[in-house]
Write a protein that binds this ligand. Structure first.
Ligand code: XIL
Length: 354
């Protein structure tokens, strides 16, 4: 009788399902080239999010082939897909960046309708608008200065969500934002601006279903208790919205080398525990699954040159303290998810690649 391998124990997907949640990771087609990585994804995840392949600039550059490959992989294995992201100021294709407003608006709508329509019924949820706020820009409501704001005015958020709902009435539509998690006066102001934006849009009938909290956190930066974040999330729930943790990773770039795994794990446990406790949560997604493939290697490198360790699995796909911390956070809260435990799956193949 083979001795059970530690990796055989239930995956984070199984623990999440007992809470009515999905657990996922950002994936790129390069990840799927590795059989071991595919196995780890299937062991741990019930949802995948496209790290690059569904962004407007990626689709404009190479078409839908890579995105189709991810959706096909998910459909073949009964995984939900979180579409990332339709309108984001950092993924506007170069030809459109400086286009006249009316041409930009037409192109932006064309892309959104084509992407959502292509995967209608196969993608569980979409980040319809990503990072709409930047209070330093001094625009109305704290909106970020972007080609979308220039082309449509402050109504662009509502326009995007209505177009997405028209293209796929079943998808959960998410407004995704960074930096709402932090403990600072700026983050307090951003949380207030987000609540005002959500209240305005919902009052106007905009079909926003969930708030995406990117949750890119720095180890050791979050307070032991974070009442401001908990209160914010309760207000989000009070608006009738759910929350998704959409891109969590915990940067260890400033941690002592001998304490970083423990500090990273503590950040995962505290943040996920706080969110699950405060608000109906649909999914917890990390921005990558294993340390060998993280954007933080370039974005937040360590001064000592050691490879960063921000994710649940190590470079050899073994479960780290961060994995156990996520498992503990999932186990510690009563069922709180609002998705059917097995989520929304794609089943049939997507149309021929465009
Ligand atoms: C990042 C990717 O992970 C990087 O590899 C890429 O160079 C830039 O984009 N917030 C987001 C994600 O919404 O789309 C970003 O992903 C990380 C920050």
């Amino acid at each position: 009788m083979r001795k059970p391998h530690p990796q055989d124990r239930p995956g984070l997907r199984d623990l999440a399902r007992t809470r009515g949640l999905l657990f996922g990771a950002a994936v790129s087609t390069a990840d799927l080239d590795s059989e071991a990585y595919r196995a780890a994804l299937l062991r741990e995840c019930s949802l995948i999010s496209a790290e690059y392949e569904m962004k407007w600039d990626a689709v404009e550059r190479v078409g839908y082939g890579p995105a189709d490959a991810l959706v096909g992989f998910a459909g073949a294995h009964g995984l939900a897909v979180h579409g990332h992201t339709l309108w984001w100021h950092e993924s506007v294709p170069p030809p459109w960046s400086g286009a006249p407003r009316d041409r930009f608006a037409a192109a932006a709508f064309d892309h959104l309708g084509a992407a959502v329509g292509r995967y209608a019924g196969r993608i569980a949820s979409w980040d319809v608008v990503n990072e709409p706020l930047d209070l330093d820009h001094g625009r109305s409501g704290g909106l970020r200065a972007s080609p979308f704001l220039d082309a449509f005015g402050p109504g662009y958020v509502g326009a995007a969500f209505r177009a997405a709902a028209e293209a796929d009435a079943r998808a959960v539509l998410v407004l995704n934002e960074m930096g709402l998690e932090y403990d600072s006066p700026d983050a307090d102001a951003k949380r207030r601006a987000m609540l005002d934006l959500l209240e305005r849009e919902l009052a106007a009938g905009t079909p926003i279903h969930a708030l995406g909290m990117q949750s890119h956190i720095e180890a050791g930066s979050q307070p032991r208790d974070h009442p401001a974040l908990a209160a914010f999330l309760r207000e989000v729930a009070g608006l009738g919205l759910s929350v998704m943790i959409t891109e969590m990773d915990v940067a260890d770039w400033r941690c002592p080398r001998d304490r970083r795994d423990a500090m990273v794990a503590d950040a995962y446990r505290r943040h996920i525990g706080l969110v699950l406790e405060a608000c109906p949560t649909l999914a917890v997604t990390t921005w990558g699954l294993a340390d060998a493939r993280t954007w933080l290697s370039a974005f937040r490198p360590r001064e000592d040159g050691a490879p960063v360790r921000p994710l649940p699995l190590d470079r050899r796909l073994r479960r780290k303290p961060a994995w156990h911390a996520i498992a503990a956070a999932l186990a510690a809260t009563p069922p709180c998810g609002t998705l059917e435990p097995d989520g929304v799956h794609g089943t049939e193949d997507p149309p021929e690649s465009g």
